[in-house]
Write a protein that binds this ligand. Structure first.
Ligand code: ADP
Ligand code: MG
Length: 375
């Protein structure tokens, strides 16, 4: 299915290799906050060093409009050096050389040729390992790969293989669970996957647009008026499962008053902030008896304890399911980590936007460009 080369196809010994990783980590007062992405990126870099390649790594960090010290990769290089036995240096040669933020260069986001040349000039091989960036056609994702021989790194390859299992040759029963804040963010995924799935479970803020389209009074719950018509067609789909009960709060705060109600009895002035226990039980059962489950978007405002149960029930059921289970989306991954359940799923996807675009059936430009290199 994937027609690109990987590191297994090339002998990197003696080569100057540029790796595009996802080192877009939070920087707090000049220091790296959560270093999960650095730890994830390291094995690829270490493996290249051990194969006697000269390794340089590049990444974007944040959205600077040009050079800006607040978005420098220097703290990233420092943390990386602490995490590995190999020597890591910033902008000077080491076992692993960390380049400055790709977005400090003018032509990065415009993917101009001169900027791509600057990435390509000193290298014999380009390794794309930043799944979270391959939906963007930038100089460090597409431009450089048009010039230098390019392969997919192991992290990228894993992501494409795992998420690819929800696009073709999927094991059935196949269930997709969607939540999160907005229907409009997920409509592309719904459209592309609905014909393929056996059931689509809808929770989170987005379920209230569906419930409103069915004619329910949903009080002050999140409703996207502009989506009502689109969603009307989807609620008749027998594969679509909507909540029968919800946890409602009297304000959008952590310490709001809360109660469980059937979806037909949401009082005025209240808002739905989680799926209810009956729904959570039903969703969990359907997940457990599936052969493939993809989940994106929390079932409620899991950040606040009173509205966490629905997300927790779904997360636990994912862990108990014996089929292939994957979770995508930044907040969904954060919820899994908060619950300590991140290792219970088959695959935890790291690329929010790229993952959604892949499941929408879109071509990822940073992957398509790799397919030009066949030897
Ligand atoms: P992901 O990052 O996993 O793709 P989203 O960004 O789409 O997920 O949505 C996550 C957010 O949705 C969370 O911050 C959560 O608080 C919010 N959310 C979930 N359910 C509701 C709800 N019923 N009302 C308002 N916000 C909700
Ligand atoms: Mg999010």
């Amino acid at each position: 299915m994937n027609r690109y080369l990987t590191l297994k196809d090339v002998d990197v010994s003696g080569l100057r290799v540029l790796v595009r990783s996802d080192l877009n980590v939070p920087i707090e007062e000049g220091h790296v906050g959560d270093d999960f992405r650095i730890r994830s990126a390291l094995p690829t870099l270490e493996r290249l060093v051990d194969s006697r390649a000269a390794v340089t790594v590049c990444s974007h960090l944040g959205r600077p409009k040009g050079p800006d010290p607040a978005f420098s990769l220097e703290p990233v290089a420092k943390r990386m050096d602490e995490l590995t036995e190999r020597t890591v240096s910033f902008n000077t040669p080491g076992d692993i050389t960390v380049m400055e933020n790709t977005r400090f260069l003018d032509g990065e986001t415009a993917n101009d040729r001169e900027t791509a040349d600057r990435f390509a000039d000193d290298f014999d091989l380009f390794v794309q390992d930043a799944f979270g960036s391959v939906h963007r056609a930038h100089a460090s994702t597409v431009g450089v790969a048009e010039i230098v021989k390019s392969v997919a790194g192991p992290l990228l390859d894993d992501e494409l293989k795992a998420l690819g299992r929800f696009l073709a040759d999927t094991d059935h029963p196949y269930t997709v669970v969607l939540g999160g804040a907005k229907v409009s963010d997920k409509l592309g995924v719904i459209d592309n996957l609905l014909p393929k799935v056996d059931r689509m479970l809808i929770g989170g803020g987005m379920c209230f647009t569906f419930l409103a389209a069915q004619g329910h009074e949903v009080g002050d719950s999140l409703v996207e008026e502009s989506m009502l018509d689109t969603v009307k067609d989807l609620v008749h789909e027998t594969k679509t499962f909507l909540p029968s009960d919800v946890v409602i709060g009297d304000s959008f705060t952590a310490d709001s008053k809360h109660q469980v109600k059937p979806v037909s009895e949401i009082p005025e002035g209240w808002m739905g902030l989680d799926i209810g226990p009956d729904t959570a039980g039903q969703f969990a059962g359907l997940i457990r008896e599936s052969a493939s489950v993809f989940w994106n978007g929390p079932m409620g405002v899991f950040e606040w304890e009173p509205y966490r149960s629905g997300t927790e029930a779904v997360a636990r059921a994912m862990g108990e399911c014996e089929g292939f289970t994957a979770v995508g989306g930044g907040d969904s991954a954060a919820a899994l980590r908060l619950l300590g359940l991140e290792t219970t799923v088959s695959h935890l996807s790291t690329g929010g936007g790229a993952g959604l675009e892949l499941l929408e059936g879109k071509i990822l430009p940073g992957v398509a460009v790799l397919e030009r290199w066949t030897q």
